[in-house]
Write a protein that binds this ligand. Structure first.
Ligand SMILES: [Zn+2]
Length: 228
C-alpha cells in the first residue's frame, strides 16, 4: 500500500474491527481505503457533534490548545479555521483573543475565497484525523502561509503499542481515518519546508514557515529590497 500522507510504502496490520496501513517511512497510520466514509455519511456524523460555545468543559479543552499555540501567531493576525465544523467554537474563541478569523468547512462553510490569499496562521483543530487525502491537503495549507506563518494542528497521537492501539477510543469514531504519531508530524514539517516549533503529547503541534525563504536567503545574499 501507499501512504496517503507521504506516498511511501505502508504495511498493513489488523485490529479487532478494521485494517490499517502504517507507513514505513513517516509512521502515518491510515485506515483501509474501503473504510473511509462517503461524504454524506461523514456529514451526518458531524451533525451529531454537540460542541457548544456555552459548554465550559468544551471551551476549557479548546483553551488548553490555544494557550500553547496562540503565542506562535502574530497578534491580531489573520487566521483560517480549516474544517471549522457545524459549530465553529475554536474560531469564536480565537476571535475573542484578537485574531481576525475566517472559517472554511466543506460541509458547513463551503466556498473557495480562502484559497486565494495567504494567512498568518491556519488552524487544523481536530481535523487532520478526518482527512482522506492528508498529504495533498497539508501541502496545500502550508502553501497558503505567509513567511513566519503557523500551521496549528491538534490531533491525538496514536499509541505505539499495537494492543493499546486496538482499544484506543480515538480510532472508534468512524470519521477518524488517519493518525499522526509525533515523529510523523516532525517529518511532515520537514517535507513541507516547515519547522516543528511545538510537538507535544497528547495532541499538539505548531509548524512554522521560515521567515527567510527563496534562493537569495539560502545563499546568504540579501534580496535587493533589503539593501536599500
Ligand atoms: Zn508516509
Amino acid at each position: 500500500m501507499q501512504c496517503r500522507l507521504c506516498g511511501g510504502v505502508a504495511v498493513s496490520f489488523t485490529t479487532r474491527d478494521a485494517e490499517y496501513d502504517e507507513c514505513v517511512d513517516c509512521g502515518y497510520i491510515g485506515i483501509e481505503h474501503g473504510r473511509i466514509p462517503e461524504p454524506s455519511a461523514e456529514e451526518a456524523r458531524y451533525r451529531l457533534h454537540r460542541n457548544s460555545f456555552d459548554d465550559p468543559v468544551y471551551r476549557a479543552w479548546i483553551d488548553q490548545y490555544l494557550d500553547v499555540a496562540a503565542p506562535y501567531i502574530a497578534p491580531g493576525g489573520s487566521v483560517l479555521d480549516f474544517g471549522s465544523g457545524p459549530e465553529p467554537v475554536p474560531a469564536r474563541m480565537m476571535s475573542e483573543r484578537g485574531f481576525r478569523m475566517c472559517i472554511h468547512d466543506p460541509f458547513f462553510a463551503p466556498g473557495d475565497s480562502w484559497r486565494s490569499r495567504e494567512w498568518d496562521a491556519i488552524l487544523v483543530h481536530e481535523v487532520a484525523e478526518h482527512l482522506s487525502l492528508p498529504g495533498e491537503i497539508m501541502a496545500m495549507l502550508a502553501g497558503l502561509l505567509v513567511p513566519g506563518g503557523a500551521l496549528c494542528i491538534r490531533t491525538r497521537f496514536p499509541p505505539a503499542d499495537r494492543k493499546a492501539f486496538d482499544r484506543w477510543a480515538y480510532r472508534m469514531d468512524s470519521t477518524h481515518v488517519g493518525f499522526f504519531p509525533e515523529r510523523c508530524l516532525g517529518l511532515l514539517a520537514a517535507r513541507l519546508g516547515l519547522e516543528p516549533a511545538l510537538l507535544e503529547s497528547p495532541d499538539r503541534a505548531v509548524l512554522l514557515k521560515p521567515r527567510g525563504h527563496g534562493m537569495a536567503f539560502k545563499q546568504g545574499k540579501e534580496p535587493d529590497i533589503l539593501k536599500r
